[in-house]
Design a protein around this ligand. Structure first.
Ligand SMILES: Cc1cc2nc3c(=O)[nH]c(=O)nc-3n(C[C@H](O)[C@H](O)[C@H](O)COP(=O)(O)OP(=O)(O)OC[C@H]3O[C@@H](n4cnc5c(N)ncnc54)[C@H](O)[C@@H]3O)c2cc1C
Ligand code: SF4
Ligand code: SF4
Length: 417
C-alpha cells in the first residue's frame, strides 16, 4: 500500500526522547503537513529511483524493523522484509525528510565549545605514510584506542574484489587503523552496518564506545539518530567527518578512469586537492592528473544538493583544504572532540590552520552551488522534518522529481508495502 492509500497517523520518530515532549506535532518540530504513513517505496521513488541517493545508509540504520538492507551489488538500500510504513527511513534521509541544516544549527548551539578550533596537523612515521594527508585521523583514532577511550572505530577499506570500492570495517587495533588509512572516494554505507560490525568484533552494542568516521551525509544521519534518541547511534561516542564536496558512483568512476587509458585495478590512491584529481599506483607513480571537473559525471548526483562540506554536526572534521601539503586540516567543534584532540595532540605536529580563507572559500562555494541546485529551500531555522507532501510540492516537475519504481522490484513492494 502506498502513502496515498492511507491517512493513518504515522509513528513519529524525530524528537522522541531528547529535548522535546511527546506530542507528535511537537516531535516533528512543526512540520507543516499532517503526518501520514510513508513507506519505503515512497523513499525509493523520491530518492533512489530519482538518482538522488548519496548512499549514506541513514535509512537502513533508522528502520526499527530492520526492513531495509543493503544491495551490495547495486550499492543501494533495498527492502528485505515487510515495511510497516513507520516513516523513519523518510524522516532520517538527508535527501528527503531530514532537514540536516536545521539539525546542524541545533547542534551548533549545543556543542559546548564557544568557537570551533582549526588546526593544521600531521602525524609522523608509518601513521603519516598510511594517511591520505597528514594521517591525523588515523593517529587520533589510534591514540583514543590506546588510551582506552574507544573500543574501536568504524572506518573504510578498499574492497578486495572491487577496485576503488569502499567497505566499512570496525578497526579495533592500531594495525587495523593503519591498514584503513587513506581516503576512499566511494561510499561504504557503514552507518547501516553498525550492529553487524559489532557482532563480528564480539562487542555488545550497549557497552561499546565507537568512533564513527564518514562523509558529512553519513554524519548527518548519525547525529540526527543520536539527537533524537535512536538506538543505532548509541555506540557512537565520537563522530569524525571527512570534508567532502562529492563522492563517486563506483562503476562510473571506473569508466571515467578507463577513459584516460588507466586500469582502475592499478590505482592505489586517488587524491583530490586544489581542483585537481590525481591517481597513483603502488609505487607512488602518477597514473593520471586532471581537472576534477572531468569526473563530474562520475559523481553521485545527490551530492549536488549537499551544502555541508565540512560535516558541521561532527565532533571533529578533517580535510586538507587550507593546510600545506602533507598536513590535515582539523576542525574541533565539541567537548568530545576537544577531549579527543587533547589525548592525540602530543603525538602530532600542529599549528593554527595556514589558510583559513581558503577553507572558508570552499565551504561557501559548496554551499552556494548546492543551494542553486536543490529544489527545496535551504533553511537552517526551518522544521527538522520535511513532510512527504512538502517534498513533492517542490520536487515534482523538476529534473529531481520522484521516478516510478524499477519494474524488477515492484513484486517486492506488492508483497511488503
Ligand atoms: C569522498 C571524499 C571526498 C573528500 N573531499 C575532500 C575535499 O574536497 N576537500 C578536503 O579538504 N578533504 C576532502 N576529503 C578528506 C580527505 O581526503 C582526508 O580524508 C582528510 O584530509 C583526512 O586526512 P588524514 O590523512 O588525516 O586521514 P587518514 O589518516 O587517511 O584517515 C582517514 C580515515 O577515514 C576513513 N575513510 C576514508 N574514506 C572513507 C569513506 N569514504 N567513508 C568512511 N570512512 C572513510 C579511513 O578508513 C581512515 O580511517 C574527502 C574525503 C572523502 C572520503
Ligand atoms: S540518501 Fe541515504 S537515507 Fe536517503 S535513501 Fe539514500 S541511503 Fe537512504
Ligand atoms: S558531497 Fe555531501 S552528500 Fe555527497 S558524499 Fe559528500 S557529504 Fe555525502
Amino acid at each position: 500500500m502506498s502513502k496515498s492509500e492511507s491517512n493513518q497517523p504515522r509513528i513519529p520518530s524525530i524528537g522522541e526522547t531528547k529535548g522535546v515532549g511527546n506530542d507528535p506535532r511537537e516531535q516533528l518540530e512543526d512540520t507543516a503537513d499532517p503526518p501520514g504513513k510513508i513507506w519505503f517505496r515512497d523513499l525509493d521513488e523520491a530518492v533512489i529511483e530519482a538518482d538522488r541517493c548519496v548512499q549514506c545508509a541513514s535509512c537502513v540504520a533508522a528502520c526499527p524493523s530492520d526492513s531495509i538492507g543493503i544491495d551490495a551489488e547495486e550499492k543501494r538500500p533495498t527492502l528485505v522484509r515487510m515495511c510497516t510504513g513507520c516513516s523513519r527511513c523518510w524522516d532520517f534521509c538527508p535527501r528527503s525528510g531530514l532537514r540536516y541544516e536545521r539539525v546542524n544549527s541545533l547542534l551548533e548551539d549545543e556543542r559546548g565549545l564557544e568557537e570551533p578550533e582549526l588546526y593544521a596537523a600531521r602525524a609522523s612515521g608509518e601513521t603519516a605514510a598510511a594517511g591520505q594527508d597528514g594521517g591525523v585521523v588515523t593517529a587520533l583514532l589510534a591514540s583514543l584506542l590506546e588510551a582506552g577511550e574507544i573500543d574501536g572505530a568504524i572506518v573504510a577499506t578498499e574492497s578486495e574484489t572491487e577496485p576503488l570500492g569502499g567497505e566499512a570495517v570496525l578497526a579495533t587495533s592500531r594495525e587495523e587503523l593503519l591498514a584503513a588509512g587513506g581516503s576512499i572516494y566511494t561510499q561504504t554505507m557503514g552507518l547501516g552496518q553498525i550492529d553487524e560490525l559489532l557482532a563480528e568484533a564480539d562487542l555488545e552494542p550497549s557497552e561499546a564506545d565507537l568512533a564513527f568516521v564518514g562523509t558529512p551525509c553519513m554524519i548527518q544521519g548519525a547525529t540526527a539518530l543520536d539527537r533524537y534518541g535512536h538506538e543505532p547511534a548509541d555506540p557512537i561516542a565520537l563522530t569524525i567527518a571527512l570534508m567532502c564536496t562529492r563522492s563517486f558512483e563506483q562503476e562510473r568512476l571506473h569508466s571515467q578512469i578507463e577513459s584516460f587509458g588507466v586500469d582502475p585495478a592499478a590505482v592505489e590512491k586517488i587524491d583530490i586537492a586544489d581542483g585537481a584529481l590525481s591517481a597513483f599506483d603502488t609505487d607512488g607513480e602518477t597514473l593520471l592528473e586532471t581537472d576534477v571537473s572531468e569526473f563530474d559525471a562520475a559523481g553521485l548526483r545527490g551530492c549536488d544538493e549537499c551544502t555541508d562540506f565540512v560535516g558541521a554536526g561532527a565532533d571533529i572534521s578533517a580535510g586538507n583544504v587550507g593546510s600545506e601539503d602533507g598536513y590535515s586540516t582539523l576542525v574541533v567543534r565539541t567537548e568530545a572532540g576537544k577531549d579527543a584532540w587533547n589525548i592525540a595532540e602530543d603525538g602530532l605536529e600542529s599549528h593554527a590552520i595556514d589558510r583559513p580563507a581558503a577553507h572558508e572559500r570552499i565551504t561557501d562555494w559548496n554551499d552556494r552551488r548546492a543551494q542553486s541546485i536543490m529544489p527545496r529551500a535551504y533553511d537552517p531555522a526551518g522544521s527538522v522534518g520535511i513532510s512527504y507532501d512538502e517534498h513533492r510540492e517542490v520536487y515534482d516537475e523538476t529534473d529531481r522529481e520522484p521516478q516510478p519504481l524499477n519494474p524488477a522490484r515492484v513484486h517486492q513492494y506488492e508483497e511488503w508495502c
